[in-house]
Design a protein around this ligand. Structure first.
Ligand SMILES: Nc1ncnc2c1ncn2[C@@H]1O[C@H](COP(=O)(O)OP(=O)(O)OP(=O)(O)O)[C@@H](O)[C@H]1O
Ligand SMILES: Cc1ncc(CO)c(N)n1
Length: 282
């Protein structure tokens, strides 16, 4: 009886032995006090996709739709402890990394991912917030290339991030493909290059799996409310991977998730408002 009630009240699967099968995902990222990006966007996205969300916070930002007013990195030890607490008790099915900020933090996070043998790792190489504030120190780029790219099952750069990581200029679709190949050669298993930056009416997100390119095309929504699009998109991929979906299925859902979240915008805040994490239903 208790089990039946449990089944009825929750959205997740009960296996034939009556055990609950809860998929879990961990985000290692910065907190956005405004709730539209970072840890907050990740947890909302995991939840909406029926994945139990956990977090290890790397930095606290004072942030809203108008911009970033302050950045307060946590001590590396605090991040290590959060990750270890999760690892010993709640083993995540997939991991996402976002704002890592400094070289020390990158080294610590990479070490912990290896130590805990986590393999379904989505690395969102967050560098600069929409208003222009740096969320990754300039001198930490090399550490990101060296330590995080070889651990990335999926890397989700936007075009400016792909330019920095590959040290090449990207104007055309051909150059995007060349950059994706370079990133693959740097150790990334699947490269998902986002096409949000630019002015074209049609957006193209690109997936490279080492052999072929796959494209997801969508209509640009003409809105200024795109705060946290990158975090939300990468978090949706992570949630789907936690549920043992393939990368192709994961990107497919993430694309539909972010399109709905941007189309059905919330219109809150005086600047670049957040996306709507309630909009998409599986
Ligand atoms: N105006 C838009 N209309 C429709 N889709 C968009 C729009 N802007 C971004 N996207 C989609 O949102 C996802 C995130 O892309 P984007 O390039 O904006 O990431 P980002 O720059 O990393 O975001 P962030 O500013 O959060 O760091 C991609 O799937 C992209 O195609
Ligand atoms: C904390 C945080 N992470 C990522 C982004 C990128 O959108 C942001 N604005 N803030």
């Amino acid at each position: 009886m208790a089990q039946m009630m449990f089944k009825k009240q929750s959205g997740y699967i009960i296996n034939i032995w009556g055990e609950s099968m809860v998929y879990k995902a961990l985000t290692i990222a910065g907190s956005d006090s405004g709730g539209g990006a970072g840890i907050q966007a990740d947890l909302k996205t995991f939840h909406q996709l029926h994945v139990f969300g956990m977090s290890a916070i790397t930095a606290v930002t004072a942030q809203n739709t108008l911009g970033v007013q302050g950045i307060y990195p946590l001590p590396v030890e605090a991040v290590e402890k959060q990750i270890d607490s999760i690892a010993v008790d709640l083993s995540p099915d997939a991991i996402k990394t976002g704002m890592l900020f400094s070289e020390d933090m990158i080294e610590c996070v990479a070490y912990k991912i290896k130590q805990h043998r986590w393999t379904r790792v989505v690395v969102d190489p967050v560098m600069i917030a929409k208003g222009g504030s740096r969320l990754l120190k300039q001198e930490a780029v090399e550490a990101l290339q060296r330590h995080m790219l070889p651990l990335a099952y999926v890397l989700t750069p936007n075009i400016p991030e792909a330019e920095v990581l590959t040290n090449m200029r990207i104007d055309t679709l051909e150059q995007r493909k060349e950059a994706a190949k370079k990133l693959h050669d740097m150790g990334v298993r699947y490269v998902v290059m986002k096409g949000g930056h630019g002015e074209e009416n049609e957006l193209v997100d690109l997936l490279y799996d080492g052999e072929q390119f796959y494209e997801w095309k969508s209509k640009r929504v003409h809105t200024k409310h795109t705060h946290g699009t990158g975090c939300t998109f990468a978090a949706a991929i992570t949630a789907q991977l936690a549920k043992e979906k393939t990368i192709y299925e994961a990107v497919d859902v993430a694309k539909r998730f972010i399109q709905a979240a941007i189309e059905q915008t919330l219109q809150i805040g005086g600047g670049h408002g957040p996306t709507n994490h309630w909009a998409f239903h599986e």
